[in-house]
Structures are given as C-alpha cells and as structure tokens.
Design a binder for this molecule. Structure first.
Ligand SMILES: Cc1cc2nc3c(=O)[nH]c(=O)nc-3n(C[C@H](O)[C@H](O)[C@H](O)COP(=O)(O)O)c2cc1C
Length: 184
C-alpha cells in the first residue's frame, strides 16, 4: 500500500472487533508519531496509550463533550490520547502550533495503523477536564484528540452509519472549490 493508497482508502471506524492489537504493530504506530515534523523540531506531543479496560470504559462513558457520544469506544483494545505541552511549540499569527504539531503526528499514526489494517477515529468532541481527570494528565498539558485503535468489525453498525450520514463523511469538496492558482 502506498501512502496515497492509505490516504484514499482510510475511513473513520466506529465499530471494532475485540481482537487485540499486536504489541509490534502498536509500537510501529507510536513510532510513526515520533517521527513527525514539528515546530523547531521541538516534538511537543505526548501520547497516553490506554489499554486498561476500566479506564477505556470510563473514557467511553465520561469523556464525551455531550452525552455519551464516545460510547462506541467502550470495548476497543486501545485508545490513544494525543496530548501536547504548548510550551514546547510556537505561537505565531494567532495560531497555536502545538495543535498543528500534534495533529500531524496523530494523522501519521492513523495512516500507519490503516496500512496495517487497524482502524481509528479522530475524536474532537471530548471534555478535556474529564479526560485529564481519568488519566491523571498534568495541568500544563493540553489534550488535542483521542482515538480508538483496533481492527474494524466486519459489519459497520447503526451508530457508525448514522454518524457518517450526519457528517456527510463520504463527501469531499472538489479541487476547484479548494485550490487557487497564483492568486486567491
Ligand atoms: C478535528 C476532528 C474532530 C472530529 N471529531 C469527531 C468526533 O468527536 N466524533 C466522531 O465520531 N468523529 C469525529 N471526527 C471524524 C469526522 O467526522 C470524519 O473524519 C469525517 O466525517 C470524514 O469521514 P472519514 O474520516 O470517514 O473520511 C473528527 C475529525 C476531525 C478531523
């Protein structure tokens, strides 16, 4: 699979099999994050790998920004919480680069996982305080995103279908709509 193949075929996965992720594969996923580019190469990201079933259940039940939106992660083998130390990144033109650094690293991890048949789903709708409480994340650290990692279930499930329809997940704007040549 080429990088472009992985980019083209990747989808957010919201229903997982209970099969564990092999330790070597998990390490490759983490390595893909470790090797990402970053502001001044400061590598502000930190990752909390959650395998403890009780903690995953707590995240599933309590981490959602509203209600139980993250309930679907309750039985996944691994959740990775992508965090950052903003002091190790930059701020310019009103933009916090810790978000950029960590998003690049996390997406590299997701694509690498996908290449190995492992699905994920970027979760942005979380309650940061709750996530920090559950995982004992220090005050000065920001939580950027969470994602379950696991092998996709054979059948997608109703919740996954509903979210995809709600988000219009299959749609992408055309190049005409998003690219300008030589001037805006
Ligand atoms: C910043 C960001 C936040 C997201 N937050 C959520 C979320 O909280 N819950 C969820 O189920 N999906 C979330 N998604 C996944 C998007 O809904 C999904 O990427 C989009 O619909 C395109 O579908 P695809 O990933 O299957 O191509 C998020 C994606 C991004 C990039």
């Amino acid at each position: 699979m080429t990088v472009f193949d992985a980019i083209k075929s990747r989808r957010s996965i919201r229903k997982y099999s209970t099969k564990d992720i092999e330790e070597e594969k998990l390490n490759i996923i983490l390595e893909a994050g470790r090797l990402a580019p970053s502001w001044k190469n400061n590598q502000c990201w930190r990752f909390v790998v959650v395998k403890n079933k009780e903690k995953i259940k707590q995240l599933a039940l309590k981490s959602g920004f509203i209600s139980k939106v993250n309930f679907f992660i309750k039985d996944v083998p691994v959740v990775i919480v992508a965090c950052a130390n903003p002091k190790e990144s930059g701020f310019m033109n009103g933009q916090h680069y810790y978000l950029v650094d960590t998003a690049i690293a996390f997406q590299q991890m997701m694509l690498t996982a996908w290449e190995m048949g492992i699905g994920s789903c970027w979760l942005g709708a979380f309650n940061e305080e709750k996530v920090k409480q559950i995982l004992e994340i220090p005050e000065n650290i920001k939580v950027v995103a969470l994602s379950p990692f696991g092998y996709p279930a054979e059948k997608e499930g109703l919740y996954a279908k509903a979210v995809k329809t709600f988000a219009g997940s299959k749609n992408r704007k055309s190049l005409d709509e998003i690219v300008h040549y030589d001037k805006w």
